[in-house]
Design a protein around this ligand. Sequence first.
Ligand code: ATP
Length: 228
Amino acid sequence: MARFVAEASRPRRIAMLGGTFDPVHLGHLRSAVELQEALGLDHLHMVPAARSPLRDSPQIAPEERLALLRLGIGDTPGLVADAREFGRSGPSYTADTLAELRDAYGEAARLIMVLGHDAFMRLPEWRDPYRLFELANLVVIDRPDHEAPSPQALAELLSGREVDGVADLMASPHGHLLRLTLPSRMAISATEIRRRLAEGESVRYLLPEAVESHLLAHGLYRSRSRPR
Ligand code: ATP
């Protein structure tokens, strides 16, 4: 009974993994599942950006990236393909998305913004990065294909925010940062998958089979000069 009461009153743990998902791959999906386990998440929202402020336009339409994300997630418990950024005009700012999630889940929820090391390195370039910490805790995950040291510009932003473990991170609804090394670090990137598809090379086991089948059936990311 005491345990039931403790669990019922535990603040919800909600994570957001934003990205271009151009296309979604197993580096994203396996990380999402391992994050659920490592952080004890109730839900992890995977949120494709309609228009990334810091990137070139993706090669395929937002709706197509969302369809691939839905196929990739399939029936995986706890993972949500979240299209909320498609409903807003202008660039897709993560702070606006976090503010919406905060409204939806309430002040006590442990809201966690997840980003890979490569995205984390560019955090100082984001619009109002301090606001991100007012809305959420941050978790940065290792990527074996992106291992450059953090730039000095991050130090000021992170000052006093870093914690050593999940319990410390979950002690407050926002404001802290944890670096995590997940069990299956995967050197898979969408850039390499797009290159392989353009060259007609195999992408087997880099992304879910349902995603691969859809990509191949519709000729997505094929170079125009290459015959089908
Ligand atoms: P691209 O190669 O086009 O830059 P990507 O593979 O990095 O794409 P994104 O959609 O840009 O994919 O990534 C969304 C988020 O997922 C980012 O925070 C990114 O760091 C993270 N991520 C992407 N791939 C991996 C991976 N293999 N392991 C861990 N995190 C990843």
